[in-house]
Design a binder for this molecule. Structure first.
Ligand code: SAH
Length: 212
């Protein structure tokens, strides 16, 4: 087993399974996707640290546990149309691609989106589509989505994204309230949204029309 594969297996056991992640599809995907390919040459050795890491343009790749918590809350079975806001390195995009039918991922930094595209090509992700722009408005032309993952903290669940969520669909978004941030899951039931607070968290801000 390569050193990275061994580190990845340990990450799945100690950072994820032992801390309450139990969706086997999520655990398997995170045991396969090479996180070291997404963090940049200089930080490869730290790829499996229990922490967020810088990826350039003042942005970060989230801590593995946070990525897993988001994926688990989306309850993906494999047939979903997914919208992701905040492609960043492309790591979460690659995982979403493995767990669903198709992913549209929006990133506001063109430079990060270019790098993410390279990483995703190297990992042979085929069912993911990258867009550059303000994802806080979603992608209305492609709605509805069965699952929406927002990887940047918003002042509230962005209304445009709620509108683009399919009935029964799930959205995960970090909601900032003063200095506190809460990873929040919203499930659509008709025009009602059931809301569950998942865990305190720390994300970069969602910058845009329905962000900060
Ligand atoms: N999921 C990523 C980490 C993303 S960090 C990974 O696995 O690497 C959050 C990202 O959201 C940053 O890259 C930031 O540029 C992006 N972002 C912030 N506001 C945005 C917006 N309105 N639309 C799209 N992307 C946005």
């Amino acid at each position: 087993m390569s050193d990275f594969a061994a580190q990845r297996a340990r990450m799945v056991e100690h950072q994820l399974r032992e801390r309450g992640i139990e969706d086997e599809r999520v655990l398997a995907a995170m045991g396969e996707v090479p996180r070291e390919e997404f963090v940049g040459e200089r930080r490869r050795e730290m790829a499996y640290a229990d922490a967020a890491l810088p990826i350039g343009s003042e942005q970060t790749i989230s801590q593995p546990w946070i990525v897993a918590a988001i994926l688990q809350a989306l309850e993906l079975k494999g047939s979903e149309q997914v919208l992701e806001i905040g492609t960043g390195s492309g790591y979460s995009t690659c995982l979403l691609g493995r767990l669903s039918e198709h992913v549209v991922s929006v990133e506001r930094h063109a430079g990060l989106a270019r790098l993410a595209a390279e990483h995703l090509r190297a990992c042979r992700a085929q069912n993911v589509e990258l867009m550059v722009g303000d994802g806080s408005r979603g992608v209305p032309g492609r709605a509805p989505f069965d699952a929406i993952a927002v990887h940047a903290a918003a002042p509230a669940a962005p209304p445009a994204l709620l509108e683009q969520l399919a009935d029964g669909g799930r959205m995960v978004v970090p909601v900032a309230d003063g200095s506190e941030e809460m990873l929040t899951v919203l499930r659509r039931r008709g025009n009602e949204f059931e809301t569950v607070a998942l865990a305190p968290c720390r994300f970069v801000p969602l910058i845009g029309a329905e962000g900060f």
